[in-house]
Every structure is written in structure tokens, then in C-alpha cells.
Write a protein that binds this ligand. Structure first.
Ligand code: XMP
Length: 329
């Protein structure tokens, strides 16, 4: 059990020693890892850190607003917000293979970074929120010589960027990263959010990614998350404040590009399907589907179908990992 102020002081000194007077660029995704990395590096070098927040059009609802508010407004971190939705959507058009989609999203990130880092004359470092389990998983894949799923935030990026890699969270586990984030002043609710994959909604829209699908999925997902946060696990226990969001490790909606028939008033509908996924896991290598209360699932289903025109059916994923993965792609 390490002492947090000591750890921060040591990490700050080590970052300063490593980068000197160079400028650092960091891809801020809004996820826990890149956010904590940004807060830590900002603590060490202040304005010599520039964060680039790429809105690839595959973010959760209001994510952009939230990130800019927290980092730019509250913490005073330099953040450049890039709206690259059209660029990403353009390159993803017609692509259905999950790994091909990941590669395109990773490659476009590099593109955007090259453009942005070229604007910063002294940027010599690329900071990333790589954590210990990412390092292990990537090494494992290399040894086996095949890819289960490529994680675009590990490996590959710096080669074409001509930037040195700064990864201050490389030795930390997730729970340590979260504690560090809180100690650095990030809001508890933000630091204890579920992990969100780098490719974002790109791997939660099955097959071809379209803006129309992303817009529907964002709204369905936000309803699911809101209801999980607002529903206590044990309503009988007066002192228990645990809600279903905190009682699950990851929960999200998945867009299925399949139309099914429904009825609405006197009319027939023919619209898309959303699957809900909620899992409980310690290490994300294996996971159980969460036994969410039927009332909660029913409420989420009703709200999505009533509030998100274009979705007329909601299903719940009851697959464990293995053999299913947590994400659908
Ligand atoms: P799976 O779906 O393999 O996911 O059971 C395990 C964990 O990894 C996350 N994940 C990703 N994270 N880039 C990421 O940064 C990716 O391409 C990616 N694919 C999966 C997933 O959300 C889960 O937490």
C-alpha cells in the first residue's frame, strides 16, 4: 500500500526529469486512463502539456462538453478540441470488419495528432494513458503471434509521429489509477466511470458505422446509464447507497443494424434493435452478465423505445465471457 502524496511527488519529479523543457502532447479521450495521465502530467509540467481531444463522432452523449468543462474550465489544462466526425465517418463508410474498423480509427487518430502536433513547435513527446494490464495484454498477443483484438491505444502510434513516448501510468493497475485520479483532484464520479474503449461507439455499432446509428446509440446508452445510476441495488437496506452503475463493471448499449416489426398506436413500425450489455468482472478477462432486476430492464426498454425514435426493440445480453467477449466486436 503506497502513500499517495509521496507517489505523486515521485511521479512528478520523474516526468520533469524525463521531458525537461520539451512540450508534451496527449490524446485526451475522456476515459479514466487518459484523464488521469493528463492530470498527472499537468501537475508536473503545467502549460507545457497540450491535450488534444478528438471528437471522432463515436463518443457518448455530451462527452465533449463534459471533458472541456472538467479539463479546460476546472483544471486549467490546455485542451484543443478537434471535431473530426466527418473525417472518421468518411473513412469508416462501407467498412464492416471489426478489426478493420479499429485500424482505421487508430490510423485517423495518428493523422489528427500529426496535424495537431505539427502546430506545436516544441512537442517532442506523446503521452499516453497506457496502464499495466494493457502492457501485459499486448506482450501476450505478441508471443502468441496473433491478435485477439487490437487495442489501438497500445503500440503502433509513435512510429509515424516521430515523438517519444511518455507513459506515466505504465506500472499501475486500474484501481491504483483511480486512486491517483481522485488524489489529483478529478471528480469521484468521473474517475470511477466504467472503462470505455478507445474506438468508442465504433465497436458498439455492429458492422458499418454511420452517423445516424451513432446518434441513436448515444441516446439509448445515456438512458441505460442514467437508470443504472438512479436504481439502488438493495432498496430494502436503508443504509445502502450502492446503485447498479457502481455494482457493475461495464454497462452499455449496442446498436444492431437489424430492423424488426413493431406496433405504435394504430401503425406498424419497422425499426432498429438495441442490445443492453452489463457485466461484472474483476479483471475483464472473464466476466459474468449482471442479473439486473427485471423492473429496471423493463423501465430502460420502455424509455428507449418511447424516447428514441428509430429503435423499437430492446434485448438483454445474457452471455458470459468466455465464450462471448464484453464488447460485441
Ligand atoms: P472484450 O470485448 O475483449 O473487452 O471482452 C475487454 C475490455 O477491453 C475493452 N476493449 C477495448 N479497449 N480499445 C480499447 O481501448 C479497444 O479496441 C478495445 N476493445 C475492447 C472493453 O471495453 C473491455 O473493457
Amino acid at each position: 500500500d503506497w502513500n499517495m502524496p509521496d507517489y505523486i511527488a515521485e511521479a512528478v519529479a520523474s516526468i520533469r526529469a524525463q521531458v525537461g523543457d520539451d512540450e508534451v502532447i496527449l490524446g485526451l479521450s475522456g476515459g479514466v486512463d487518459s484523464s488521469v495521465a493528463a492530470a498527472l502530467i499537468h501537475r508536473a509540467i503545467g502549460d507545457k502539456l497540450t491535450c488534444v481531444f478528438v471528437d471522432h463522432g463515436l463518443l457518448r452523449l455530451d462527452e465533449g462538453k463534459m471533458v472541456m468543462e472538467m479539463f479546460s474550465k476546472n483544471l486549467g489544462v490546455k485542451v484543443i478540441q478537434v471535431n473530426a466526425e466527418q473525417q472518421f465517418m468518411g473513412h469508416l463508410a462501407g467498412v464492416t470488419d471489426p478489426e478493420a474498423k479499429r485500424k482505421i480509427i487508430g490510423r485517423e487518430f495518428v493523422e489528427v495528432f500529426q496535424v495537431e502536433s505539427a502546430k506545436l513547435s516544441n512537442a517532442k513527446w506523446l503521452a499516453q494513458g497506457t496502464i499495466y494490464p494493457d502492457v501485459i495484454e499486448s506482450a501476450g498477443k505478441g508471443k502468441k503471434g496473433h491478435t485477439i483484438k487490437s487495442h489501438h491505444n497500445v503500440g503502433g502510434l509513435p512510429d509515424t509521429l516521430n515523438l517519444k513516448l511518455l507513459e506515466p501510468l505504465r506500472e499501475l493497475f486500474k484501481d491504483e489509477v483511480r486512486k491517483l485520479g481522485v488524489a489529483l483532484g478529478l471528480p469521484h464520479g468521473m474517475v470511477y466511470r466504467h472503462p470505455f474503449p478507445g474506438p468508442g461507439l465504433g465497436v458498439r455499432i455492429l458492422g458499418e458505422v454511420k452517423k445516424e446509428f451513432a446518434d441513436l446509440l448515444r441516446r439509448a446508452d445515456a438512458i441505460f446509464i442514467e437508470e443504472l445510476r438512479n436504481t439502488l441495488v438493495d432498496t430494502a437496506a436503508a443504509d445502502s447507497k450502492l446503485n447498479w452503475y457502481d455494482a457493475t463493471s461495464q454497462a452499455f448499449a449496442v446498436f444492431l443494424p437489424v430492423k424488426s416489426v413493431g406496433v405504435m398506436g394504430d401503425g406498424r413500425t419497422y425499426e432498429y434493435v438495441v442490445a443492453l450489455r452489463a457485466v461484472q468482472t474483476l479483471d475483464f478477462m472473464t466476466a459474468q452478465w449482471a442479473h439486473l432486476p427485471h423492473d429496471l430492464l423493463g423501465k430502460v426498454s420502455n424509455r428507449i423505445i418511447n424516447e428514441v425514435r428509430g429503435i423499437n426493440r430492446v434485448v438483454y445480453d445474457i452471455s458470459g465471457k468466455p465464450p462471448a467477449t464484453i464488447e460485441w466486436e
